[in-house]
Design a protein around this ligand. Structure first.
Ligand SMILES: Nc1ncnc2c1ncn2[C@@H]1O[C@H](COP(=O)(O)OP(=O)(O)O)[C@@H](O)[C@H]1O
Ligand SMILES: [Mg+2]
Length: 226
């Protein structure tokens, strides 16, 4: 939940201004708007990567404003973040890449052996388990990033411009996988300006303009308001 949240950057550049919104467990939300409208700022506030200048952010009963260094890893465990910068380790197999992500959160080897095939199965990538990242296409890599985001059983999946580097068919594929992930009860939050996919999905659409919420509609279309 965002309560009157503003974020300005050190150069006084406004990121977002007076954002209030509630996202319920199990929601599927698109954050849309032009470049510079504040989508990534909102995403980074949500992940705790940046702190608000004013206002409160509460996720899963945790106030992110007061989150201590100690609580931060605990908070991150409820998030599955898919970010174009979060690349895979090239000299490790897909299985090892997921294993590293799970070991980092202190999972037992029993859980690891059980969860990795399940996560890869969910995105249809089980057969790539022993391959190396360089042998996969961009769309396949993205599916592995999705598997890595869900493997630790998060409550919320967050993606910033997931289709930025993908062709139409891969993007469509990825969107339907987000839908499947959402049907498992995981909240999905996607920042994008990919109008065609937002329109197809008919999910909640929050439109940002100049750091403010311009529209918030369920089963919406991109540009419903603007
Ligand atoms: N690290 C930063 N430092 C200074 N200004 C920033 C920074 N990140 C974003 N901004 C500014 O905040 C506004 C919103 O940017 P951003 O959240 O990245 O929008 P979007 O993701 O919708 O393109 C823009 O005016 C941008 O210039
Ligand atoms: Mg952005």
């Amino acid at each position: 939940m965002f309560n009157n949240v503003s974020k300005s950057y050190p150069n006084n550049e406004l990121g977002v201004e007076k954002i209030s919104l509630e996202i319920k467990d199990g929601d599927f939300v698109f954050l849309v708007g032009k470049t510079g409208s504040g989508k990534s700022t909102l995403i980074n506030l949500l992940t705790g990567d940046i702190k608000p200048t004013s206002g409160d952010i509460i996720v899963n009963n945790l106030s992110l404003n007061n989150l201590s260094q100690k609580d931060y890893p605990y908070y991150r465990r409820i998030l599955g973040i898919i970010n174009n910068d979060y690349s895979l380790i090239e000299n490790k197999t897909i299985y090892q890449n997921l294993e590293i992500a799970m070991l980092a959160t202190g999972q037992s080897s029993k859980t690891i052996h059980k969860s990795i095939p399940l996560a890869l199965g969910l995105v249809g990538m089980t057969k790539k388990m022993d391959d190396y990242p360089q042998n996969l296409s961009g769309g396949e890599i993205f599916k592995i990033l999705m598997a890595r985001a869900v493997v630790n059983n998060p409550k919320i999946i967050i993606a910033d411009e997931p289709t930025a580097h993908l062709d139409y068919d891969s993007s469509l594929d990825i969107m339907s996988l987000f839908n499947e992930i959402n049907q498992l009860g995981i909240t999905v939050i996607i920042a994008t300006h990919a109008k065609e996919f937002v329109d197809i999905m008919k999910k909640r659409v929050i439109t940002l303009q100049n750091g403010k919420i311009l529209g918030d509609v369920s089963k919406g279309k991109y540009g419903w308001i603007i």
